[in-house]
Design a protein around this ligand. Structure first.
Ligand code: FMN
Length: 180
């Protein structure tokens, strides 16, 4: 699949078919995260794969009941991926904690790879980290940055709405409008 097609087409998927994700495909997607860029190439992340229904149930208990992705994580998606990161293995510049970017990039590379393989994902960051940590026995030095269900989408949503370039791009410094 063309990269731009993936960038345009990927959407958050919150309803999944029960079809399993073949092991080779899961490995391919995890590899897309493994090779993503990070601060000083320190690769501060660990990925946790959950397929066991009891494990998904325990993790889902850390999501608030009104998180729209709750059902996907708890019971629908055959796989759930959790991205953890150790802030001490990344940069902290002027108070900006780059482990969040490292982990986010790894997750997004996996999401784009999943999309290219016909699978769906959804960013999930609205959860109680302490509860998720206890459910997965994550050691204290690691933060749990993001969760995503992974599976065959029940249906493909229509394109998202995004701001226009002229609303978000400035030329040569803050404030001068974008011109082609
Ligand atoms: C950092 C981050 C956290 C998010 N957390 C959640 C979440 O907890 N639950 C959920 O259903 N969607 C969550 N989303 C998905 C966004 O709502 C979604 O990406 C956005 O509406 C754009 O839609 P799209 O992903 O289909 O392009 C999150 C997205 C990002 C980038």
């Amino acid at each position: 699949m063309d990269l731009y097609q993936a960038l345009e087409g990927r959407r958050s998927i919150r309803k999944y078919k029960p079809d399993p994700v073949p092991a080779d495909l899961l490995t391919k997607i995890l590899n897309a995260g493994r090779i993503s860029p990070s601060w000083s190439n320190l690769q501060c992340w660990k990925f946790i794969v959950i397929q066991d229904p009891a494990g998904k149930e325990r993790l889902a208990a850390s999501l608030p009941p009104n998180n729209p992705a709750l059902k996907a994580v708890r019971e629908q998606a055959p796989v759930v991926i959790v991205v953890c990161a150790d802030p001490a293995q990344s940069g902290n510049q002027d108070g900006k904690e780059y482990y969040l970017l490292d982990a986010g990039l790894a997750m997004h590379q996996m999401m784009l790879a999943a999309y290219a393989e016909g699978l769906g994902t959804c960013w999930v960051c609205w959860f109680d980290e302490a509860k998720a940590r206890a459910a997965l026995q994550v050691p204290p030095e690691y933060r749990i940055v993001a969760i995503s269900p992974l599976g065959v989408p029940e249906r493909l949503p229509s394109p998202r709405s995004s701001k226009e370039l002229k609303e978000i791009v400035y030329m040569e410094g803050w404030g001068r409008p974008y011109e082609k």
